[in-house]
Design a protein around this ligand. Structure first.
Ligand SMILES: Cc1cc2nc3c(=O)[nH]c(=O)nc-3n(C[C@H](O)[C@H](O)[C@H](O)COP(=O)(O)OP(=O)(O)OC[C@H]3O[C@@H](n4cnc5c(N)ncnc54)[C@H](O)[C@@H]3O)c2cc1C
Length: 435
């Protein structure tokens, strides 16, 4: 079992009030339903099960504080589309459409949650940009534009001068804007999901699952201070699925780091043209994601790596923070050097073909995860739908989710890490100007 620990530097988390109602498993317990992992996926599964079975006991556990894994550490893009190269053949277009259909369901699920519970999470339907400083990326973007046109996604191609007016930086030379994306505060969304957990959901935090086994009637889960016997279990640990032996040959963890600046002063904000809130995703996979928040903070994420142990030391984070300072400086040379307020890491899960995991893996055992960079919407959707699937029901959402191809097989270690590292290295080189 991998140790699950995080730094406590994340600005999104530090924006929130401290919680005081934290319970840890101290004695043995028993339940109908156990959910491992309290990020968007586990919280959404628990919420749905609580609604479906108001009289049954549901336990949700997390190794750290609920919601404080990747779910509060991400960049806050609720995406309608993601960029890939090509899509010339009909088959590729078809598979892109399947992916986009899942994103759309994800957006609708989060939207409904926000509406039903009156959640305040800095929701902004301002769309998003895919932008590059490298004019050679024009071809990628025009191919992408053709794909989006075929699927009726409203979008616009912008030149450097137009981007500079909108973003307040002269860094980018070409960009594509899609109208459908949403920007939000990821920590506020996760916190709202904790606050509205139904009464029959018992949340144990700082309660790490060490190992589990199955006998005839129960699944037995061992934690530090006790064990839980459950009839049914849902694994919602995303980047930690592999470490718990779930679909081990189909997913692998990647560690990302991000930094956030303090709010810009009036003068600094004026010096960059006082842009409205925006979010830019890179055209090349390893380029920087960069965002201007509504309270004038700049967020940057420009690393993705295989990192063992998952948790980064202070020195590791300081090294990444320097890269992020350079990334901000390249885009906003007029801003002072030391405006980064926090740098943090988070674990995501990837599959080889970018498909997600949504499965009954054995009798009474279910798993959902592996959203690559789109877990806000898809995680919320998959959490709710895996609960419905575990309840033996079928929905149109499940049909759409399951019509997508399944994750493909990955080679064992050490070949896997070597392959992933080589690929990341190559992508980093290709995206050198964009980091
Ligand atoms: C820096 C960064 C930027 C990102 N940007 C975006 C973005 O802009 N848009 C987007 O959609 N997605 C983004 N993502 C991805 C997104 O955050 C994830 O896909 C999403 O949070 C997954 O949610 P989850 O609930 O499945 O997993 P998590 O939030 O990772 O939750 C899993 C939980 O399982 C717990 N756990 C693990 N092992 C155990 C164990 N043994 N016992 C008990 N509990 C355990 C962990 O503590 C964790 O809280 C980003 C991620 C990072 C790190």
């Amino acid at each position: 079992m991998t140790e699950v620990l995080n730094d406590n530097n994340c600005s999104w988390i530090n924006d929130l009030n401290y919680r005081t109602n934290i319970k840890t498993l101290k004695l043995n317990d028993e339940c109908e339903w156990l959910i491992i992992g309290a990020g968007y996926t586990g919280l959404s599964a628990a919420r749905k099960l609580g609604q479906l079975y108001p009289n049954q006991k549901i336990i949700l556990v997390d190794a750290q504080l609920a919601g404080e894994g990747a779910s509060s550490r991400n960049s806050g893009y609720l995406v309608d589309t993601t960029l890939n190269d090509g899509f010339t053949s009909n088959k590729q277009l078809e598979s892109y459409k399947k992916k986009a259909d899942i994103y759309e369901l994800g957006i609708n699920t989060v939207k409904k949650f926000i509406h039903d519970y009156q959640v305040e999470c800095d929701w902004n339907e301002c769309g998003k940009y895919f932008a590059s400083s490298n004019i050679n990326d024009e071809k990628n973007l025009s191919n992408f534009s053709k794909t989006l046109s075929k699927l009726d996604f409203e979008h616009y191609l912008y030149s450097g001068s137009e981007l500079s007016k909108r973003l307040g930086t002269n860094f980018y030379n070409i960009g594509l804007y899609t109208k459908g994306g949403i920007l939000l505060h990821p920590g506020k969304l996760a916190r709202a999901m904790i606050d509205v957990l139904p009464k029959n959901v018992f949340l144990y935090e700082n309660t790490s699952l060490f190992n589990w086994s199955k006998n005839k009637d129960f699944i037995i889960c061992n934690f530090k201070n006790g064990k839980i016997n459950t009839k049914k279990i849902i694994f919602a640990t995303n980047g930690f699925l592999k470490s718990l032996g779930i679909k081990s040959n189909y997913n692998f963890p990647i560690t990302l780091t991000a930094s956030m600046t303090r709010s810009l002063t009036n003068e600094e904000f004026k010096s960059i043209g006082e842009p409205k809130e925006w979010g830019v995703l890179p055209v090349r996979p390893m380029g920087a994601t960069i965002r201007m928040t509504k309270d004038r903070r700049i967020l940057i994420r420009n690393t993705a790596e295989v990192h063992n142990p998952f948790k980064m030391s202070k020195t590791d984070l300081e090294e990444r923070s320097i890269k992020q300072k350079i990334g901000i400086k390249k885009r906003f040379p007029q801003l002072p050097d030391n405006i980064i307020q926090s740098t943090w890491s988070g674990i995501v899960s990837r599959t080889r073909n970018s498909s997600q995991i949504f499965e009954k893996i054995d009798t009474n055992i279910f798993a959902a995860g592996c959203y690559n960079g789109s877990g806000i919407g898809v995680g919320t959707l998959f959490g709710e739908q895996i609960a419905i699937k575990a309840n033996n029901e079928h929905t149109k959402e499940i049909e759409i989710i399951e019509s997508r191809s399944k994750p493909t097989w990955l080679p064992p270690q050490p070949f896997l890490n070597l392959g992933v590292k080589a690929r990341l290295f190559y992508e980093r080189l290709r995206a050198k100007s964009e980091i």
